[in-house]
Design a protein around this ligand. Structure first.
Ligand SMILES: [Zn+2]
Ligand SMILES: [Zn+2]
Ligand SMILES: [Zn+2]
Length: 233
């Protein structure tokens, strides 16, 4: 595993590290030629730990619920767990952390706050999916500006799929054993198709490009064919 997994720009296929992707996205010509009207947007980096990271764009009038839905779709959803944002600095009236459930209870009349009311450039905030077997993400607001687009939240760049090795033979792994962990790396034991047949079937989960790989019953998201597995990082 390289020290830092590179990502691919969704608009043009550019591959780069975190720092170079930040510069690239500020000027990617294909992205600027995207369909839709120019609108006020935030650009955010989402860090899932290890090799997993995304750059996303969210309309300033979108809500945390929109970001929650996006993250569940691409990276997280296994069985409808609760999720929560933690955004600071907390207001005077709040406690240690200002926790916001993106799906307010039914009957609550107040309109949810817009991202424009919550976020500013340079801010970092947290997100947790599943309060039991948690997947914790960190989001950083990298920029605000005008960009064409039609979706409330859009993917700009995503880490290339890491290549994990079969613990038996070293070939690229396709499945993992969610019950057994490698003591050195803390990662689940992984297998190629052939060696997966020798493992306990009930313990197997697919190797996927997500920080929720191997957790609960996570089997993958809504965009697992992209970026292509064989892209050179
Ligand atoms: Zn690009
Ligand atoms: Zn689950
Ligand atoms: Zn193998």
């Amino acid at each position: 595993m390289p020290a830092q997994q590179k990502a691919m720009c969704r608009a043009c296929g550019y591959v780069g590290t975190k720092a170079s992707m930040t510069r690239h996205l500020a000027s990617c010509e294909k992205r600027q030629a995207a369909p839709g009207q120019p609108r006020d947007v935030f650009r955010l980096r989402v860090s899932g730990g290890g090799p997993f990271w995304l750059d996303i764009e969210a309309a300033a009038d979108a809500t945390l619920d929109d970001i929650d839905s996006f993250l569940r779709g691409i990276w997280l959803e296994c069985c409808g767990h609760l999720s929560e944002f933690t955004i600071g600095p907390e207001p005077d009236w709040a406690g240690d952390a200002w926790e916001i459930n993106p799906k307010p209870k039914k009957g609550k009349k107040a309109a949810p706050p817009r991202l424009a009311d919550l976020l500013s450039v340079g801010q970092k905030f947290g997100y947790t999916y599943d309060m039991g077997s948690s997947t914790d993400l960190e989001l950083t607001v990298q920029a605000r500006g005008n960009a064409a687009g039609t979706e409330a939240v859009a993917l700009l760049a995503r880490n290339l799929p890491p290549v994990w090795k079969c613990s038996e033979c070293g070939q690229p792994a396709t499945q993992l054993n969610s019950w057994e962990y490698d003591e050195d790396t803390g990662m689940p034991l992984m297998y190629c198709d052939e060696h997966a047949e020798e493992a306990d079937e009930d313990a197997l989960l697919p190797v996927v490009n997500s920080p929720r790989m191997g957790v609960c019953g996570y089997e993958g998201g809504n965009l697992d064919e992209w970026p292509p597995v064989d892209s050179k990082g």
